[in-house]
Design a protein around this ligand. Structure first.
Ligand SMILES: [Zn+2]
Length: 442
């Protein structure tokens, strides 16, 4: 297996900053990037009446965001010590804090419990446990705002009580160390989705941003999907290769999600969902939770990704086996070639595209706030969701459409996943298959 370029390296107490969701290593942004991006122009949709209508929708239906990396930000910044970083108050160094979550009308959050793909084996499992623990630490410290939710009924009850339903999403199959027992324990701890890969292949599934190794899912990978179906864990296909997407759609007995991806038909970035997969999605009844990552929604994102890959390949040839030199070279390249910027309108264009190809019942929201080092203009932080929904109203979407995009679609998928699990648990015992048995690996 090709080792992905520039693995994230944990050096003592400091962790190299990453663009968590772009795949592979990003270069740490200047510390003032976030502050500057928030001072940018006001939201694109400034029509007060539309904003009010959008807010009213989010009061009726929980806005479920598929992906937010606050737990990783807390790990990086304060090692989870919430006395040192109080998200109950304004935190300009983050995209997420409680005042802005309230302002943005969020109803439910899949907190990403991401750990870098460079962590393997037991180290990945331990770090994932700590990330899940962070979701509980938040819910305990801010019990007036957050409550852990395990089911759709929980989400609806917590939302009605005026709080934000908190669920954990495992970002990458490396987090289970090829162990179905570990998968089950993570479910018991509250993990309600697992992204099958992050930026690198796992031993059983190909990633969108690594060299193809398995041609999609291995036999064990298929067993992972089946066991997730039996547990009632959402199968998340963000980050995986198109072959893995197709295999998962074939194997999964329940609807799938893309927790934070946009449309490849508009931005040809491997992290986005190709049109042929979008066309298949209604049969599976899954949902694409449109992400705000500028490189995935900017019209220039695809060309930028390709140019960066070309430079990365060149640096690998130039400095084979010298990660530091490759990293320095890429940093210099990125300084000379700034990432493309994006706008709220770009994000709305991706929603339009998925609407056109897959239909209104298959769209959700997966911002990736605090997992990215820049944001689209108009979507700078968690307070800005109403501006996006106002933009959709201005484009002719009905309030009923908005309700679906905000949360009804995601909740429908979750409910179906729950009911498939109930059915499967009555006919199938927990799988104790191993990767050695199914894939013949040592
Ligand atoms: Zn991601």
């Amino acid at each position: 297996m090709k080792i992905p370029s520039f693995p994230v390296i944990v050096r003592g107490a400091s962790v190299v900053a990453v663009v968590l969701c772009a795949g592979r290593l990003g270069v740490a942004p200047p510390t003032d990037v976030l502050a500057r991006s928030r001072q940018a122009s006001p939201p694109a949709a400034t029509d007060a009446a539309l904003i009010e209508r959008a807010r009213a929708v989010l009061e009726r239906v929980p806005l479920i965001d598929g992906h937010n990396d606050l737990p990783w930000a807390l790990r990086e910044k304060v090692k989870y010590d919430l006395t040192k970083l109080d998200v109950g108050e304004s935190q300009p160094g983050l995209m997420t804090d409680i005042p802005r979550l309230r302002d943005g009308g969020l109803g439910g959050q899949f907190w990403s419990v991401y750990v870098p793909a460079s962590l393997e084996g037991e180290a990945a499992v331990t770090a994932t446990m700590e990330q899940i623990d962070a979701v509980y630490l938040l819910a305990e410290k801010y019990a007036d705002t957050f409550e852990i939710a395990g089911t759709v009924d929980d989400v609806e009850r917590v939302f009605k009580a005026g709080k934000i339903a908190s669920l954990a999403g495992v970002e990458g199959g490396h987090s289970i160390d090829s162990s179905l027992g570990t998968l089950r324990m993570m479910y018991r701890l509250g993990a309600r989705y697992m992204t099958l890969t992050h930026s690198s292949n796992t031993p059983w599934a190909d990633s969108a941003t690594d060299d193809p190794q398995h041609g999609g899912l291995t036999r064990f990978g298929e067993e992972v999907v089946r066991e997730m179906n039996r547990l009632g864990m959402l199968v998340d296909l963000s980050h995986v290769s198109p072959d893995t997407m197709a295999d998962a759609l074939r194997v999964s007995e329940a609807p799938v999600i893309f927790s934070h991806s946009s449309a490849r038909g508009l931005t040809d970035h491997p992290r986005n969902v190709p049109d042929d997969i979008l066309r298949e999605l209604p049969k599976n009844d899954g949902v694409v939770m449109i992400t705000f990552v500028p490189g995935f929604v900017s019209p220039k994102g695809g060309a930028y990704y390709k140019a960066q890959q070309t430079e990365r390949d060149r640096l690998e040839r130039l400095h084979p086996s010298d990660d530091d030199a490759q990293e320095a070279g890429l940093r210099a390249w990125r300084k000379a070639h700034p990432e493309p910027t994006a706008t709220l309108a770009d994000v709305a264009n991706h929603i339009d595209h998925v609407h056109k190809i897959a239909g209104i019942d298959h769209i959700g929201i997966g911002s990736d706030f605090d997992g990215i080092d820049s944001t689209p203009e108009g979507l700078e932080d968690v307070s800005t969701y109403p501006a996006l929904f106002a933009e959709l109203l201005s484009r002719g979407y009905s309030e009923s459409d908005l309700e679906k995009i905000a949360g009804r679609n995601a909740l429908r998928v979750m409910r179906q996943v729950e009911s498939v699990a109930t059915e499967l648990q009555s006919t199938r015992a927990a799988s104790v298959a191993t990767i050695e048995q199914l894939d013949g690996k040592q």
